[in-house]
Write a protein that binds this ligand. Structure first.
Ligand code: GLN
Length: 307
């Protein structure tokens, strides 16, 4: 049996196992996203050797939401060096992704770039440094995904803009502490558009395969990020990518990963593969229930994790 056939069989058995007893709720705090079919499930693996294996709705696009934060960080790292660390930390927060609590007593410096506050500071950096941040960022994502048709979903971005009270509170608090330099509306516009990008599991796995491949595109070998920066991004995903469930995720899955409230999770086994999974039903931490379980089964059944 070839490696690809074995992986295909593994994904097929995971698909059956995780969709048999659906639990969790679709995120409804962004009204435009509430109407997604809760029973969708897709999973796709791209290896650093360029093999692609997927199951279910792996070619259907969904809102990547916070998965975008990894890509925002990667884009910012092409522009700025260690000075970013003065404005956003690299410690897990242990709090929900949209929490304001630590920001007040840590004087407007977010714990890490994977929570909303941290990603908003990263957007502020991009707004300051790029001529046309939205189109620059979209081109960057398209390049990593190897796909020119990837787009923002402006109705999702607008829907979040209209009811994003907590993010507005977060950015105002940080502005009050002097950690936002740009115009609040411009920074939120980039943040919401970045979150609204629609991608499939196949496209996300391809995108994250660069993080599994020491910063080079799997398809062409072109270097996008240095191995050192890639290592650091993977480390931040490992410790902070699943918010206040990062410990549980390390315990059960054991891969650097990033989730989004659209129900997606992208994970990386450095040197081996990237995997993306999508199932819109979320647990109380905002992470996909079936996605989490599917990744646990994947690392259990393949016997591979970073630990
Ligand atoms: N756009 C969402 C928000 O700001 C992203 C949150 C998420 O996916 N966890 O709340």
């Amino acid at each position: 049996m070839t490696e690809t056939t074995a992986l295909q069989d593994t994904l097929a058995s995971i698909h059956v196992a995780v969709t048999s007893d659906p639990t969790g709720e679709v995120a409804s705090y962004i009204p435009e996203m509430a109407c997604v079919n809760p029973d969708k499930f897709g999973m796709h693996v791209t290896t650093v050797g360029g093999n692609d294996v997927g199951v279910g709705n792996n070619n259907e696009r969904f809102s990547i939401q916070s998965i975008t934060k990894v890509l925002l960080l990667a884009r910012a790292k092409l522009e700025v060096g260690s000075e970013l660390k003065e404005r956003v930390g690299v410690e897990p927060s242990g709090d929900p992704f949209n929490s304001l609590v630590q920001l007040e007593y840590e004087r407007g410096i977010p714990r890490n770039p994977m929570i909303n506050a941290g990603a908003i500071v990263v957007c502020d950096v991009l707004v300051e440094l790029l001529d046309d941040p939205k189109s620059d960022y979209l081109s960057f994502v398209r390049k990593l995904a190897g796909c020119e048709t990837i787009e923002f979903d402006s109705s999702v971005a607008l829907s979040e803009l209209l009811c994003g009270y907590r993010n507005r509170a977060i950015i105002n608090l940080m502005k009050g502490f002097g950690n936002i330099r740009g115009d609040i509306d411009e920074v939120l516009d980039l943040y919401y558009h970045a979150c609204s990008i629609a991608m499939s599991c196949r496209e996300l796995a391809r995108t994250f395969s660069t993080f599994a491949n020491a910063g080079s595109l799997v398809e062409t070998g072109e270097r996008i990020l240095s191995p050192r920066r890639t290592k650091r991004i993977n480390a931040v995903m490992q410790t902070c990518g699943m918010y206040d469930e990062a410990g549980e995720f390390a315990f059960r899955v054991g891969l650097p990963a990033k989730s989004g409230v659209g129900g997606g999770i992208a994970a990386v086994d450095p040197g081996h593969y990237a995997v993306a999974v999508w199932s819109p039903r979320l647990n109380s931490k905002g992470n996909s229930v079936a996605g989490f379980r599917a990744l646990e089964l994947l690392t259990d059944q393949t016997g591979r994790s970073i630990f």
